[in-house]
Design a protein around this ligand. Structure first.
Ligand code: ASP
Ligand code: MG
Length: 439
């Protein structure tokens, strides 16, 4: 059984919901993961922000605007009064939950429960639409099988066991619908897979049911070879390996949640990125095989902090790196890029939450310099680190751009460079013109 996932824009309007219904109902049985309607998760985050700041009035105002929007939608979405009544019931229940957090103390559980309502609403309304149109459809509650552990990592074994048992015991259907993004945590509370996490839900489910393919449907024709928000004339990439796609997703290509590729890679399940608004386009296919040499795509990730540690103690010593890395480990802060010389090491992080504590500890080891507002530009392709002259071409293209760090040779399919955020657009443009021939 294939897994299809549709993002917020794909279910963001009545017209689009009908398009999604057409795409799904081709007679092949499938499991469909849906995001919340576009804008809803942001609204729900806003509501819980108001509540955590004790601004009840603004929270109630936004709740009632959102409620009104959904009641209007339900009226137009269905054609029978029976379905409209059922739709209203769904909304009543969901908004009851949201409103229950507007009085009394507000906690993180309240926040996570509110944020989960977007997917609970979109899937329930969509299932009803499918049923009203005569399609044999069953809603599978993700909160009954999606689980993360104490480190917020998905519990794949639990998900596999639970989901397969649920599928076995549920009434036979042609189409199964479930919520992306939401899950339970090790305390059995409602939690989530972080913003954009519906993609991750899709591949986790794909792995759990050993699906033949996971299709991720968004509003763009797959991965582009450069960031279309900053560079003109970008092109779709037809094929990527899991490794290449993972690098691109992690280093900024906004189309996929960064962790999505991993479950597919481990279980060797092809992932196809498709465009709901242009279903005949083949999109990007991601598999274990890479195809074609040379540079395939470029992506950029902002908000990076670089930390340089300079120390005489590093000279000819062993164990120095370990001590430095242990500090990052202690503060649960992942390191993205590393560059070393004999007397200094530079690393980058994208989560500055514990920056001050980290810097304080590292000071014990040497002189520390912190550069904020940096961008990692990631250049991805097959065996680029071995191809003759490619590195030279990359640096020629960037001759006018000050480069703060370089990571080359760490993997066969990636060169990463660190530049100041203000030079990002020029960097992407130069790579596009001179390496990807996008003009
Ligand atoms: N609705 C969630 C979000 O907006 C999850 C997702 O769409 O992937 O982040
Ligand atoms: Mg998304």
């Amino acid at each position: 059984m294939k897994v299809f996932k549709f993002g917020g824009t794909s279910v963001g309007s009545i017209a689009n919901m009908h398009v999604v219904m057409d795409i799904i109902t081709n007679g092949e049985q499938k499991l469909v993961v849906l995001s919340a309607m576009s804008g809803t998760t942001n609204n729900l985050v806003e509501i819980s922000d108001y509540l955590s700041k004790k601004n009840k009035e603004s929270a109630l105002g936004l709740i009632s605007r959102l409620e009104k929007k959904y009641y209007n939608l339900v009226y137009d979405l269905y054609s029978s009064n029976e379905a409209r009544e059922k739709g209203k019931k769904i909304l009543e229940e969901r908004f009851e939950v949201i409103k229950s957090f507007t009085s009394g103390p507000f906690s993180e559980i309240g926040e996570r429960t509110i944020v989960a309502q977007g997917e609970l609403i979109s899937t329930a309304l969509f299932t009803l639409l499918m049923q009203e149109n005569g399609h044999k459809t069953v809603l599978l509650p993700a909160l009954d099988f999606m689980k993360i552990d104490g480190d917020k990592a998905p519990d794949s074994r639990y998900i596999k066991e639970k989901l397969n048992a649920i599928l076995k015991n549920s009434p036979k259907a042609d189409y199964y619908i479930t919520q992306g993004f939401i899950c339970r945590n090790d305390n059995d509370e409602i939690d989530n897979l972080q913003r954009g996490g519906s993609d991750y839900t899709a591949t986790l489910i794909g792995a759990a049911i050993n699906s033949e393919e996971v299709e991720i449907w968004t509003d763009i024709d797959g991965f582009h070879n450069n960031d279309p928000r900053f560079v003109e004339n970008t092109r779709r990439v037809d094929r990527l390996s899991f490794g290449e796609a993972a690098e691109l997703a992690y280093f900024g290509a906004k189309i996929l949640h960064p962790q999505t590729v991993l479950p597919a890679k481990v279980n060797n399940i092809p992932v196809r990125l498709k465009n709901t608004m242009n279903p005949s386009d083949p999109g990007t296919l991601i598999t274990s095989e890479s195809s074609g040499k040379g540079i395939k795509a470029v992506a950029a990730k902002d908000g990076i902090t670089a930390i340089r540690i300079r120390s005489g103690r590093m000279l000819n010593a062993y164990g120095f790196m370990k001590s430095v890395f242990e500090i990052f480990e202690y503060f649960k802060t992942p390191i993205d890029m590393i560059a070393t010389s004999e007397v200094a090491v530079s690393v980058t992080i994208d989560n500055p939450k514990h920056l001050d504590d980290i810097v304080n500890e590292i000071k014990e080891y040497g002189k520390v310099v912190v550069d904020k507002h940096q961008t990692i530009v990631c250049i991805v392709g097959d065996v680029i680190a071995e191809e003759n002259g490619l590195a030279a071409k990359v640096f020629m293209a960037l001759e006018d751009i000050p480069i703060r760090m370089i990571s080359y040779g760490g993997s066969r399919h990636n060169i990463s460079i660190l530049v100041d955020e203000k030079d990002k657009k020029a960097t992407l443009q130069a790579l596009s013109n001179r390496l990807l021939n996008n003009n």
